[in-house]
Design a protein around this ligand. Sequence first.
Ligand SMILES: Cc1ncc(C[n+]2csc(CCOP(=O)(O)OP(=O)(O)O)c2C)c(N)n1
Length: 287
Amino acid sequence: MLSNRRLETVKELKIAACNIRKDLLRLCSVQAIHIGGDLSVTDVMTVLWQYQMKYDPADPNAIGRDRFVLSKGHASAVTSFNQAAIGCFSADDVINEYATDQGRFSMHSCNLVNPFVEVSTGSLGHGMPVACGMAAALKLLGNKENRVYVVMGDGEQSEGSIWEAAMNAAHQKLGNLVAILDFNGLEADGTIDEVTGLGNISQKYRDCGWNVVDIFNGNDIADIKEAFDNLPAVDSDVPTILVCHTTKGMGVDFMENQVRWHAGKITEEQYIDAVKKLDEKLSKEVQ
Ligand SMILES: Cc1ncc(C[n+]2csc(CCOP(=O)(O)OP(=O)(O)O)c2C)c(N)n1
């Protein structure tokens, strides 16, 4: 059935985000994945998929669905585990099929093998312009019910195509477009400041004509939920970006803020220890 609000409360969403992190770590103990950027965006993805988005796991092409584009396409695992959580397939399917010849899941999402992937991504800078096109098409069709959500990385902001799309989205008054920026301060080879500093990224989007919402703790479920609850109407005239200040590797102490953990695999011992710590943290937070 086409629905949203699968989970309602901050507590439920915190538990769900913890479960996603455990799924990610389980996969990471058998395969190298982009774990750092999966963990930074886990909280916002959990609220998006398990609370905010209108989606039918039985019909990924339902006309009345909200659209999702993963512009930072290497965060495929966190997307797949959220889709598993709402019943598109199982978390075991993701783990068993990941990076196998016939599998639906891999380091980047591919819609040729996985119907729950709206757009194949992986080459940075492409998802955002495609999302703008989808939002423009929905608007042209007179749709006032559905949004297009696009998740980008901060390193990805170096791609020129992002800025062509950002200017065009404001020009076309795409109020149905919601971009989410996972501002974790690191990319693959170093810090954002070392590679291509972004300056005041919120101001840059404002200057392009966007409605900018800063989420100063982009790993805080309550703040994320509040931002989604207060989005402007779908038929408003200005695209919105949620600038989420997050921590790369969030929730796993030896990965937090470490460039080395952009991608990689963990040992069984690291997996057991990390899961134990996640459980301890959760029980303090939700007691
Ligand atoms: C066009 C393109 N150039 C380079 C890469 C290689 N690459 C993969 S992930 C990544 C870093 C991206 O950084 P960011 O967007 O901040 O992602 P996060 O830190 O959230 O994982 C790079 C350069 C790519 N996938 N596409």
